[in-house]
Design a protein around this ligand. Structure first.
Ligand SMILES: [Fe+2]
Ligand SMILES: [Fe+2]
Length: 193
């Protein structure tokens, strides 16, 4: 499917705010991709479609995942919003014909993050956090961090997310914690060398 057709189809399926956020992530992902040498075309598609599963209401996520044979872990069962990442992979293929594993992986990991993320997945994770419609307290600092270094920004983004989850007494998905630990350990290793 051509990019414009994807855009039109997404516009028709998402609430306006969610669609505008998706365009923000798409544009920001292309910017970050060109700064760090990631594939801009893939960044545009992954950014555009990362939230495509939000076309169905959150209360239906667990049942939908079960129906599709998508495994649901304990954390996702308690915080079903997390499932829009796994469901997004399904809808990106099903509704938009995306088969590129790198794009699908970027959609898969955009919510929790994870260890061993590709350059493209990091680009999407960060674009989701700093796109122009975002207005949380530390977004300015996060935008600056994204300009300074991708892994440095990823660590700050994980910390930001975990701060929020802890303050709300929400669950922290192990993929998030493992992604954070991996990058902090890699940073310490670099300092030793
Ligand atoms: Fe999302
Ligand atoms: Fe998003």
């Amino acid at each position: 499917m051509k990019f414009q057709a994807m855009k039109d189809k997404l516009r028709a399926s998402l609430p306006t705010k969610r669609f505008e956020h998706s365009i923000g992530v798409c544009d920001t992902a292309v910017e970050i991709a060109s700064r760090y040498g990631a594939d801009k075309e893939k960044a545009a598609i992954a950014g555009l479609l990362h939230d495509c599963a939000r076309k169905i209401p959150t209360r239906e996520f667990v049942d939908k995942a079960a129906e599709l044979g998508i495994p649901v872990d304990e954390i996702e069962r308690n915080q079903p919003i997390l499932l829009h990442a796994k469901l997004g992979v399904y809808y990106a293929r099903e509704d938009f014909g995306v088969e590129d594993p790198e794009i699908l992986d970027a959609i898969r990991w955009h919510t929790t993050g994870a260890p061993h993320m590709s350059l493209l997945a990091k680009v999407i994770y960060l674009a989701d956090l700093v796109e122009p419609h975002r207005d949380f307290a530390t977004v300015g600092a996060m935008r600056q961090m994204v300009r300074e270094g991708l892994d440095k920004a990823m660590i700050a983004a994980y910390a930001n997310t975990m701060d929020y989850l802890l303050a709300q007494h929400l669950l922290i998905h192990p993929d998030c914690l493992e992604g954070y630990n991996e990058l902090v350990l890699a940073g310490k290793q670099q300092k030793k060398e």
